[in-house]
Write a protein that binds this ligand. Structure first.
Ligand SMILES: [Zn+2]
Length: 83
């Protein structure tokens, strides 16, 4: 059963009310600047590819029994620490 199309929504970035046109895609933001700001904020909240890779490797080490399950992921070493 289709739900009724809303006549207005709140902006996902600033919470301002946004009028919805009767046709077309539902808007998620009140303006282009809010769309970009929302996208940038979400991008910077995601873990980096390097952090995600470290977490996956750590999970493999835990599954292999090499490190204890309750041992936290060690902090990143700095470049000057490596020989
Ligand atoms: Zn907005």
């Amino acid at each position: 059963m289709p739900t009724a199309r809303p006549t207005s929504i709140t902006c996902a970035n600033c919470g301002a009310p946004v009028t919805v046109n009767p046709l077309g895609r539902l808007p998620r933001h009140c303006s282009a600047s809010c769309r970009v700001a929302f996208s940038l904020r979400r991008k910077h909240q995601r873990p980096s590819a390097r952090d995600e890779q470290r977490r996956v490797i750590w999970d493999v080490l835990i599954d292999a029994g090499i490190v204890a399950r309750d041992q936290p992921l060690p902090p990143m070493r700095k470049a000057e620490d490596t020989p």
